[in-house]
Design a protein around this ligand. Structure first.
Ligand code: ADP
Ligand code: 5GP
Length: 186
């Protein structure tokens, strides 16, 4: 069987990665959306094993020591990482696998898996990014500021990606993502 393709989607918090990928997922049953591990606390409505595997810091560090991660990074005040085994299994089964991760982790995957397709989701402007992040209401102002500081650094890496998709209008951006997948599958 033909192996699947690994796609890495990155971009600053609040750019709309989750929104766009959620739409894409509804429209494409050949995608497997990797579930990351994190030490951050679940938000209201998040369930362990669905949005993330929510781990203690000790559990996370144990998995680092066991080499269980394809990539991992510290983002703001927490660890985030992609467990390698399920990704390999789904690729072997022929699924295209989607990682939605921050920039440091994306660069690690790029080094380890040079054939991964690298996509950067960018906001139309920094002001709009800040407005979206605040509008989402999931972080307090101190955390929002830390995420925006990190975003400034992340935005500098856009040019290192195969594709940059500006999330101006959701429907338009989703069509652009579908176009990238279609081109790779052709
Ligand atoms: P990320 O996953 O990159 O952190 P989200 O998908 O959570 O970002 O989006 C951040 C916020 O911006 C959410 O409240 C979402 O509803 C909103 N949003 C996403 N895309 C757009 C868009 N194209 N225009 C306006 N608001 C958007
Ligand atoms: P959030 O706390 O908003 O869910 O995620 C914060 C940031 O961590 C986002 O940019 C998200 O893409 C990123 N992230 C989520 N999972 C992973 C992962 O497995 N590895 C890395 N490196 N970043 C991740």
């Amino acid at each position: 069987m033909r192996k699947g393709t690994l796609y890495v989607f990155t971009g600053p918090s609040g750019a709309g990665k989750g929104t766009l990928l959620g739409r894409l997922r509804e429209q494409d049953d050949r995608l497997y959306y990797s579930i990351s591990a994190t030490t951050r606390a679940p938000r209201p409505g998040e369930t362990d094993g669905v949005q993330y595997y929510f781990l203690t810091r000790e559990d996370f560090e144990q998995r680092i020591a066991q080499n269980a991660f394809l990539e991992h990074a510290r983002y703001v005040d927490n660890y985030y990482g992609t467990l390698e085994a399920p990704v390999n299994q789904k690729l072997d089964e022929g699924y295209d696998v989607i990682l939605e991760i921050e920039v440091q982790g994306a660069m690690q995957v790029h080094k380890k898996r040079p054939d991964a397709v690298m996509v950067f989701i960018a906001p139309p402007s920094f002001e709009e990014l800040a407005a979206r992040l605040r509008g989402r209401g999931t972080e307090d102002e101190e955390k929002v500021m830390k995420r925006l500081e990190t975003a400034k650094e992340e935005l500098k890496h856009q040019d290192e990606f195969d594709y940059v998709v500006i999330n101006d209008e959701i429907d338009r951006a989703v069509e652009e993502l579908k176009g990238i997948l279609a081109a790779r599958r052709a």
